[in-house]
Design a protein around this ligand. Structure first.
Ligand code: PBG
Length: 346
């Protein structure tokens, strides 16, 4: 069978027609010929409403401070945080993920400021809710690492993070975050049983409508490097005794299944771009929405190379987030969220 020409191509006189040099039934290039046809058949569409912007609130700040390892991102004062939340809502983003950075003198061994109603993260949650109401989904990091003087995600016993004592602190922290107005609490410390305990604690406190976005498969990744500067982390050593080994794929499914059984409303894979296999596994089996976190190091690599002129910023940020959605993420946390929102098709 001769291959049909496109309808707009002028037909050559019959005598000039020759058979194509290759005679193929399938020519995938047909669906790549124009921007319109490519747009029509695109399998993965990224929309603003699925993007979540991580934001940092710094205690004692009266003006935002640039985070040098995360170009374009800031540690916010409460006022500038409120403006960022308004910007996120106006851009049509899905939500914000809030982190608090206390003053160094407010860090202690148990991270007590993480639970305090006037701790910086709880003040930030309240301020963002006041500014954005229900126009954004307000999420809060439920973890102690920004608030402990040793920088670990929990309380220590004999130099090791004590799972069950830490879970108790997370429950109190989650309730304080719900009280401050968080729509979703987001336990990120990878303690065993944290989701079940938080669910029970929220329910007992009357917050049965506050959801849990569980950092289900979270790896002990070197790609969190710039985040450590963003939150002025005091961590020495690493988190390998509680976060997952980057070499383990199957374990991501175990962690996800446990969190689902414990009542997670959404599950997350983190980091995202180097963990697309884990993300695809989780997305294939998850009965709840799946989020993925394009973490600080992923963002910093792309924008750092772009600043040197080695990569095209818009192209690589768009491609990287498209790949994360293609792999199965319904929701993407990314520092590029507002920038992407300006570029995406409506
Ligand atoms: C823990 C937490 C971390 C990140 C998000 N939540 C740091 C860690 O686990 O070491 C990292 C996010 C990023 O790198 O962008 N509170």
């Amino acid at each position: 069978m001769p291959v049909a020409c496109g309808p707009s191509r002028p037909r050559p006189p019959a005598t000039d027609r020759k058979l194509p040099r290759v005679n193929l039934l399938r020519r995938p290039r047909r669906l790549r010929t124009t921007p319109a046809i490519r747009r029509l058949v695109r399998e993965t569409r990224v929309s603003r409403s699925q993007l979540v912007w991580p934001l940092f609130a710094g205690e004692g700040l009266t003006a935002p401070v640039a985070i040098s390892s995360l170009p374009g991102q800031q540690r916010h004062s409460l006022d500038s945080l409120a403006r960022a939340a308004e910007q996120a809502a106006a851009a049509g983003l899905g939500g914000v993920m809030l982190f608090g950075v206390p003053l160094p003198e407010h860090k202690d061994a148990t991270g007590s400021q993480a639970l305090a109603a006037d701790g910086i993260l709880n003040l930030a949650i309240a301020r963002v809710r006041e500014a954005a109401g229900d126009d954004l989904v307000v999420m809060a990091d439920t973890c102690l690492d920004e608030f402990t003087d040793h920088g670990h995600c929990g309380v220590l016993r004999d130099g090791v993070v004590d799972n069950d004592a830490t879970v108790e602190a997370y429950v109190a922290q989650a309730v304080s975050q719900a009280d401050a107005g968080a729509h979703l609490v987001s336990p990120s410390g990878m303690m065993d049983g944290q989701v079940a305990a938080i669910r029970r604690g929220l329910d007992a406190a009357g917050f049965e409508q506050v959801g849990i976005l569980a950092y289900a498969a979270k790896y002990a990744s070197a790609f969190y490097g710039p985040f450590r500067e963003a939150v002025a982390s005091t961590l020495e050593g690493d988190r390998r005794s509680y976060q997952q080994d980057p070499a383990n794929r199957r374990e991501g499914l175990l962690e996800t299944r446990l969190d689902l059984d414990e009542g997670a409303d959404l599950v997350m894979v983190k980091p995202a771009g180097y963990y697309l296999d884990v993300l695809a596994d989780v997305a294939a089996g998850s009965p709840v929405p799946v989020a993925a976190y394009q973490v600080s190091g992923e963002y910093a690599m792309l924008v750092g190379a772009a600043e040197r002129g080695w990569l095209d910023r818009r192209a690589v940020l768009t491609e990287s987030v498209t790949a994360i959605v293609r792999a199965g993420a319904d929701i993407v946390l990314t520092y590029a969220a507002p920038e992407l929102a300006g570029w995406l098709e409506q």
